[in-house]
Design a protein around this ligand. Sequence first.
Ligand code: GTR
Length: 395
Amino acid sequence: MLKSLFFTAILVISLNSILMAQYDVNEDESKVPPLALPDPFISKEGKVITSISEWENIRRPELINLFTEEVYGPIPGDFDEIKFEEVSESQNPLEGLAIFKEIDIRVSRKGQKHSMRLNLFLPQNSSKPSPVILLVNHREKSEDGKIAEDGYWPVENIIKRGFATASFHGETVAPDDAERFSEGVISNLYPEELPNPAGMRTFGAWGWAAMRAMDYFEKDPLIDAKKSTIVGHSRSGKTALWTGAIDERWSVVISNESGCGGAALSRRKFGETVKIINNAFPHWFNDNFKNYADHEESLPIDQHMLAMMMAPRSVYFSSAREDRWADPKGEYLSLKIGSRIYSEIYEQPVAFPDDFENLKAPVLQKHSGYHIREGKHNLTLEDWNHFMDFIELNQ
Ligand code: GTR
């Protein structure tokens, strides 16, 4: 298992070096273009947005629509029936500490069916329903909780802090493959999305799965679904953000090292760019997003606006110092700038230091928080410990 994670890491690193050689990749801060971001508080019609009701009724829906049309495609919520079936195929790896449930979520629409697996651990002796943290997983399969081993999904630590935690694997709804991505929920339930250039793609499918997990949480009396967090790392961190934007049932949204098309500002063109990501992973975003390759300045949105979609709920970004491909500074800036939503619309002031380069401690506060740790692109126990501090503060 550790071995396969190691090889995945090597693969990602070598793929990135090939891409760096192939494209003119900028990782020099002095070459970042001056930032001219679209204004989140001016509507399409030119109206200046100053109140919660203008934000929630005019501008927020407008922005969701733009992200849907131009970047991610929708996460469709219509289906005819959903059923939850508890199966017991694997042994509980945390016997005595946690309750372990394997749940098959079966959804049908227009006579077609799709089924996905959710793995759930709950604190064994909790006197009340537990808050839950969902990890969107694109790495090793998680049937028996074994991705716990390296800190990527540290179930034992999460349980000991009183949270329930669940995970599903992206492959159960959409293979992470440019040729085969539709061979899952898209072909099965939403085939009309495929020919649509603004349609649902991989992140829409993974987000759909996260929403079905939430449907389950709302039905399980051992879970306090009002206190639900969605976490994703990297490509799954992009998914977590888009899901959190669309589905307001998540009270906390956490995106770890999600970089281009996730937390990082596209207009900085630092590390991975819109062109690079769309060439390497054409199945992640919808076709319209490809129009912005080398034309980031004409995007009607940028990722600070995606961070804003979480308000008034809570949002947390995290970076790793050596993960320059994901542009840590661009991740920080999009959160810092996007967090104006709390201060300026919801009258809940948040503050982020200006000096990113010397940031040492996590920015731990209500509504929006951040940390950068030493080291490489990965999701580690250190990251999780900060996440859980943030969740506790925000629930
Ligand atoms: C990289 C990709 C990034 C990031 C990463 C990952 O190869 O360029 O956008 O998503 O994979 O998911 O680990």
